[in-house]
Ligand binder design. Structure first.
Ligand code: ZN
Ligand code: FE
Length: 257
């Protein structure tokens, strides 16, 4: 990243609002579900909010958009979805978001699965992926099919390995606990689980995380690994295997500590 400052602002129960600022103090936020954490950060760091990027319509991602835009004049970039009322620029797959201030450029990728109109933004070595890809997990399939979500995740996983994954929630510890039930001999996953637990104990975020690390640890990106084929079955049907994995995660409950 060239002279950019990236912060994960904790919001609501377990959301992150991503704040990205240039050296001159111009900034954007991604998925502001709550205004106060953004307003506090803008004041503390003396930043001007110029742009808001939205990944999908869920209230925990868009809730403070209109309030922040009214307070700052920031321009709102949102996917084509009537459920997102406040928007200045609609974006879809293949579009480029080119901001004047901060001078940043992002490619828009359609990533249906969690919702039908979900998009991700990729640029400057960063991936803002909302509730599509989480660290060691992925979003629930509220509107899309397993085939759609698998294709969306594989598109994201094909980006450069040093890309930093900036996801919408802090779910890493629970995701690691689930992943280890299926992939118990994965040393990279064991290390990630220990690191994430230590970070959370200190109240720190476990993200961003590199895409290379996700490829090594995230079961939803590893459905072809022998351990996962063995655990999930459906050896000759990747979509069925992925669907089985997502179902197991939906049914998983954290063991009592
Ligand atoms: Zn969501
Ligand atoms: Fe969410």
């Amino acid at each position: 990243m060239e002279d950019l400052r990236l912060s994960a602002l904790p919001a609501l129960a377990d959301n992150y609002i991503w704040l990205l600022a240039d050296a001159g103090g111009d900034a954007l936020v991604v998925d502001p579900g709550e205004a106060a954490p953004v307003q506090r950060a803008l004041a503390r760091e003396q930043l001007r909010l110029r742009a808001i990027l939205l990944t999908h319509h869920h209230p925990d991602h868009v809730g403070a958009t209109a309030e922040l835009a009214a307070a700052t004049g920031a321009r709102i970039h949102a996917p084509h979805d009537a459920r997102i009322a406040a928007s200045d620029v609609r974006v879809g797959d293949g579009d480029v978001v080119q901001l004047a201030t901060p001078a940043l450029r992002f490619d828009v990728l359609a990533v249906p699965g969690h919702t039908s109109s979900h998009v991700a933004y990729h640029g400057h070595g960063l991936l803002f992926c909302g509730d599509t890809l989480f660290s060691v997990g992925c979003g629930r399939l509220f509107e899309g099919t397993p085939a759609q979500m698998l294709a969306s995740l594989e598109r994201l996983a094909a980006l450069p390995g040093d890309t930093l994954v900036c996801c919408g929630h802090e779910y890493t510890v629970a995701n690691c606990a689930f992943a280890r039930t299926l992939d118990p001999d994965n040393a990279a996953l064991a290390a990630r689980a220990a690191q994430a637990a230590a970070l959370r104990q200190r109240g720190l975020a476990t993200v961003p995380v590199s895409l290379a690390e996700e490829r090594a640890c995230n079961p939803f990106l590893r459905i072809d690994a022998p351990a996962l084929v063995a655990a999930l079955g459906h050896a000759d049907d990747r979509v069925a295997r992925f669907a089985a994995l997502r179902q197991r995660k939906d049914d998983f409950r954290m063991p009592a500590a």
